[in-house]
Design a protein around this ligand. Structure first.
Ligand SMILES: [Fe+2]
Length: 241
């Protein structure tokens, strides 16, 4: 039998790049901005730590004028992804709506599976990455190649209770991205993801694992004619009541 051709359809595309002048932004942020966005990490009621400031800090880093240059570049990466990867016309602006800190000190501090449900695109910029920092994992519960529910789910099962011999690109429900300092990752906001330890044994990091995460929507540019029935018009026409 000849080897078949396998055609993979309809990808989920994740954009990975480096922030220019990362070292400059890292020093500027830690020296001048970081202290203004501290929050209470410890959750007394559950004896756990808040890893992100999305719900307990000031999740509006993008509105801090000192970070205008950084967020301009982050937005440029998002535009590049939309135009170059997705083939979208250059008719939109990137509207940042939320941005926050992600901080962890050891490999037990992980984010469970979640999506950023309210926006179009999300990003994470890894500002400080110690050795063996927890990894970013994209996952899916609706794998189009999965022929029955949990067929590809080997997590937490004994070796004999799985149908999987070896995960291939076509069957893997996970894709792992090891963070690197200065890296920006852009992804659809509804792409499910979580973080996971690099090492299986408990480990305290040499430095804080620090990232800026954020959510944005695409809006029509101010000078674009409003002739589209889809998508957001420019926010200058929005009213908040
Ligand atoms: Fe997230």
């Amino acid at each position: 039998m000849k080897e078949p051709n396998i055609v993979n359809l309809f990808p989920l595309s994740i954009y990975i790049n480096q922030v220019e002048e990362h070292e400059k932004w890292k020093k500027f942020f830690i020296d001048n901005v970081y202290d203004d966005y501290q929050y209470d990490r410890y959750k007394r009621e559950s004896d756990e730590y808040n890893i992100v400031s999305e719900h307990c800090g000031k999740p509006v880093l993008h509105s801090d004028e000192r970070l205008n240059g950084l967020f301009k570049e982050l937005s440029d990466h998002i535009k590049k992804h939309c135009i170059s990867t997705l083939g979208i016309r250059d008719m939109f602006d990137v509207c940042m709506v939320k941005s926050w800190l992600s901080r962890s000190y050891d490999n037990n501090e992980n984010l469970p599976r979640h999506v950023h449900s309210a926006t179009h695109l999300s990003f994470v910029y890894y500002m400080q990455v110690p050795p063996d920092a927890n990894q970013l994992v994209f996952t899916t519960h609706q794998h189009q190649n999965e022929l029955f529910e949990a067929m590809f789910d080997a997590d937490g099962h004994e070796e004999e209770d799985t149908w999987i011999n070896e995960f291939t690109f076509e069957s893997s429900p996970h894709y792992v991205i090891p963070p690197e300092e200065g890296m920006i990752v852009v992804f659809p906001s509804n792409a499910a993801h979580f973080t996971t330890p690099t090492q299986s044994t408990p480990q305290t990091f040499q430095t804080e694992r620090l990232a800026i995460s954020g959510d944005c929507i695409l809006v029509l540019k101010e000078d674009e004619p409003m002739v589209h029935s889809k998508g957001f018009i420019n926010p200058k026409h929005w009213c908040v009541y």
